[in-house]
Design a protein around this ligand. Structure first.
Ligand code: GLN
Length: 634
C-alpha cells in the first residue's frame, strides 16, 4: 500500500513534458529538449570559473543541450556550436588511451579506482603507494597523461588530438589562449606533478607531462561534440555518426566505471543516486553523461556550483533522467517475450511440395521438429529463459531450430549458453540448428572456437528457416519411410493431375502434352510473362521464387516429379506472378492453354477431371497458407 502510494506520487509529481505551441511536424524529442532548455535557461545561479583567467570571459548565458542516439541521431538545442574547452571531460578519454597503450596492471599500479570525497584539484594520493586514488581527479589524470604512448610530447599530444577527433567526428584543436592562461596559473597542478614524480608515478621530469595535461584540458569542443563523444561511449566505442571506432570496445566499461563512481568529484555519490548515468564535468561548464546502449548527452552552461559542476547541466540531467526513467539501475525487464512464437514440423512445413505419403508422415511425426522464433536481444537473462523453455520440452524431439531473424543482438553470454545447450542436446540425439545466423556474427566464431574439430558435425546454420526445415524433414522422412528418397521420377499416369481419368482418356491427354527440357539454373517462367501453359515436372525439381520488398529472394515452393505448376494460367489468364527456376536438369510435360480449352469441344469429361484435380491442388496450397497465417499471426 505504502509502495503503491509512493509510486503514484512520483508519477503525479512529474512536470508535464511537452511544450504546447510547437511545430506539429517537429520531433517530440526535440520539443522536449527545447522545453528543458527553456525551463532552465531562466535559472541564474552559479559562478563562471575564474581561476583560469581565460575561462572568466565565458558568457554565463551560454546554454546548450545535445542528445545523441547510438544510431547517430543528433538533437541539439541552444548554443550548441559555441566553442569552449573540454577541461576535465578530457580525463575519461585519456584514461581510455592509457588503458589501450599499456597493460591493465601497469595502469592499475599507477592509478587507483576509488572515489575520493575531495575536490578535483585535491593533492590526494594513497598514503602508502602514492598512487592517485582515481583517474578523474587531477592527480590521476596527470598520471594517465603520462601513460599515453608516443616518443615525444608532441606525438603524444597528436595522438590525444587524433583520438578526441575520432570521438567527436571532426578535427579538434587546442585553444591556445586557454592553454597559456592555464599554464601561467597552473602551479597547483605542477605541484601535483612533482608529488607524482616523488612517488615514481610519473617517470623523469613531470613538467612536460603536466604541460600535456594542460593541453588536453584546453582542447576546444562544442556541445554537439560532447553529445557525440558521449554517444560514442554509449555505443561500445564506435562513433555513431561517422561509424569509426575511437576506443577498443573492451575498455569502454572501465572508462564508464570510473565516470560512474568518480566523474562528478565530491558530488559523484549523489549524482549516481539521483541521475544514475556515468558522467563527467569540466570547469568550462560542460557535462557529458552516458546511458550505455541508449544515449549520450552533452550540456554546456558555464556557471558552476561550489564543487565545479555546471549548475544548469546538473539540473538538466536530473530532470531528463527522472522524466524518462533513465537511471542505470532501472534497466528494462528482459523476459519471456524473447520467444515470439513456437511451432513444430506437424504444423508448418518447408516449401518443398511433397507427395501424400510424405505429407501424412510429417503430420504424424513432425512434432519432433520444434522451431523457436526469437526476438529482441539475446543476453544472459533472455537466453536463460529460452534454454529453460527448450529443456522443459524435450520429449520426442529430434530437431530444435532457433530462428534468429528478429533478434537484435546475440551476445557472448547467450553464445555460451547455446554452446552448452548444443552439447547437451546432441548427447541425447537432438540436433540444434540456427537460422538467419547473419544476425549473430559472434555465434559462428564462438561455436567454431569451442567445438573445434567437431564444429562441422555439430554446428548447423542456415540462412533461412525454409532450407533448415527441409533438411530436418528429409532426415526425418528417410528415417521413417522405408525407401524414401528426395529425388525420384514418376510415370505420367501417376501425375496428380491425371488421377481419375480412364485409361483411354489418359492416352488422349498424354498425346496432347509437349515434352520440354531445361538446364539447371534456367528460368522456366518469368514474372510478368503472359501465362500460356501449365507445367508438370517429369524429372528433376523446380522452385517458385519471389523477390521480397527488401530485395532478397524467397522460395515459395519446390516441385518435384509428378507435380503441376503454372496452373493459375489455365484459370485466370493473367500474367505470371513469380519466377520459376530449374533446381536441377529438368524435364517437364507442358499442357498449353489452347489445348486445355479445346477439350471443351471433344472431351469435356477430361476437362472436368483436370479442373477437379487442379482445384484439389490449389486448395492444398491454400490450406498451407491458412495454417501459416494462423500460426505466424501475420
Ligand atoms: N584544467 C583544469 C584543472 O586542472 C581542469 C579541471 C576541471 O575541469 N575540473 O584545473
Amino acid at each position: 500500500m505504502v509502495l503503491a502510494n509512493e509510486r503514484s506520487f512520483q508519477i503525479c509529481a512529474r512536470p508535464s513534458l511537452m511544450i504546447s505551441d510547437n511545430d506539429p511536424r517537429s520531433s517530440p524529442v526535440l520539443d522536449y529538449l527545447k522545453q528543458l532548455h527553456h525551463t532552465h535557461a531562466e535559472f541564474t545561479g552559479g559562478e563562471v570559473a575564474t581561476y583560469i583567467p581565460e575561462l572568466a570571459k565565458a558568457d554565463p548565458n551560454w546554454f546548450a543541450i545535445c542528445l545523441v542516439t547510438p544510431d547517430g541521431q543528433v538533437y541539439e538545442v541552444g548554443d550548441s556550436k559555441q566553442q569552449f574547452t573540454i577541461q576535465s571531460i578530457s580525463k575519461p578519454f585519456v584514461y581510455g588511451m592509457a588503458l589501450e597503450d599499456n597493460t591493465r596492471s601497469e595502469v592499475l599500479a599507477k592509478i587507483g579506482m576509488e572515489p575520493t570525497g575531495d575536490a578535483f584539484n585535491a593533492i590526494s594520493l594513497e598514503s602508502d603507494t602514492g598512487r592517485p586514488r582515481n583517474p578523474m581527479i587531477n592527480a590521476g589524470a596527470i598520471a594517465a597523461a603520462g601513460l599515453v604512448a608516443g616518443k615525444s610530447m608532441s606525438t603524444r599530444l597528436q595522438r590525444i588530438l587524433d583520438t578526441f577527433s575520432l570521438y567527436a567526428g571532426r578535427e579538434l584543436t587546442v585553444d591556445e589562449g586557454v592553454y597559456s592562461s592555464e599554464s601561467t596559473t597552473g602551479h597547483r597542478n605542477r605541484a601535483i606533478g612533482h608529488m607524482l614524480r616523488n612517488f615514481d608515478i610519473v617517470d623523469g621530469d613531470p613538467t612536460p607531462i603536466v604541460d600535456l595535461y594542460f593541453k588536453q584540458c584546453s582542447i576546444s569542443v562544442n556541445c554537439r561534440d560532447l553529445g557525440i563523444m558521449a554517444a560514442t561511449l554509449a555505443n561500445h566505442g564506435v562513433n555513431p555518426v561517422t561509424g569509426k571506432r575511437a576506443i577498443r570496445g573492451e575498455y569502454v566499461e572501465s572508462v564508464l566505471s570510473v565516470m560512474g563512481s568518480c566523474g562528478m568529484y565530491d558530488y559523484a555519490g549523489e549524482w549516481l543516486y539521483r541521475v544514475g548515468m556515468p558522467a563527467k564535468s569540466g570547469v568550462a561548464g560542460g557535462i557529458m553523461a552516458v546511458l550505455p546502449g541508449q544515449l549520450g548527452i552533452g550540456i554546456f552552461s558555464p556557471p558552476l556550483d561550489e564543487r565545479g559542476n555546471s549548475v544548469r547541466g546538473i539540473k538538466v540531467c536530473d530532470d531528463f533522467s527522472r522524466h524518462f526513467n533513465l537511471h542505470l539501475f532501472n534497466s528494462p525487464h528482459a523476459n519471456k517475450a524473447v520467444i515470439r512464437l513456437q511451432y513444430d514440423g506437424s504444423q508448418i512445413n518447408s516449401n518443398r511440395v511433397r507427395g501424400d505419403d510424405e505429407v501424412f508422415e510429417l503430420r504424424k511425426s513432425g512434432r519432433s521438429i520444434r522451431v523457436y522464433q526469437l526476438q529482441g536481444n539475446l543476453v544472459f537473462s533472455t537466453a536463460e529463459v529460452l534454454v529453460r523453455e527448450i529443456m522443459s520440452d524435450l520429449e520426442d524431439k529430434k530437431f530444435v531450430i532457433l530462428d534468429l531473424k528478429r533478434t537484435l543482438e546475440v551476445n557472448e553470454s547467450a553464445c555460451r549458453l547455446f554452446h552448452q545447450l548444443l552439447l547437451k542436446l546432441s548427447a541425447i540425439g537432438i540436433t540444434l540448428i540456427f537460422t538467419h545466423t547473419s544476425r549473430a556474427p559472434m555465434l559462428r566464431r564462438y561455436m567454431k572456437l569451442k567445438l573445434g574439430d567437431r564444429a562441422a558435425e555439430l554446428y548447423h546454420a542456415f540462412d533461412d528457416n525454409d532450407p533448415a526445415l527441409e533438411w530436418c524433414e528429409n532426415k526425418l522422412l528417410s528415417e521413417l519411410l522405408p525407401g524414401y528418397q528426395s529425388e525420384y521420377q514418376l510415370a505420367p499416369e501417376q501425375y496428380e493431375l491425371f488421377q481419375g481419368l480412364t485409361p483411354d482418356e489418359f492416352t488422349i491427354i498424354k498425346g496432347r502434352l509437349l515434352l520440354k527440357t531445361y538446364r539447371k539454373g534456367s528460368v522456366l517462367v518469368n514474372t510478368g510473362d503472359k501465362a500460356l501453359e501449365l507445367f508438370i515436372v517429369s524429372k528433376g525439381s523446380v522452385s517458385v521464387v519471389v523477390t521480397l520488398a527488401s530485395g532478397s529472394q524467397k522460395r515459395l515452393a519446390t516441385f518435384s516429379s509428378g507435380m503441376a505448376f503454372g496452373e493459375m494460367a489455365l484459370i485466370d489468364n493473367a500474367t505470371r506472378s513469380a519466377i520459376v527456376v530449374a533446381e536441377t536438369e529438368v524435364e517437364c510435360h507442358v499442357l498449353t492453354v489452347e489445348t486445355f480449352d479445346a477439350l471443351d469441344d471433344d472431351h469435356p469429361h477430361i476437362k472436368i477431371v483436370l479442373l477437379r484435380n487442379l482445384a484439389h491442388s490449389l486448395s492444398t496450397k491454400l490450406r498451407k497458407v491458412n495454417r501459416e497465417v494462423s500460426i505466424f499471426d501475420y
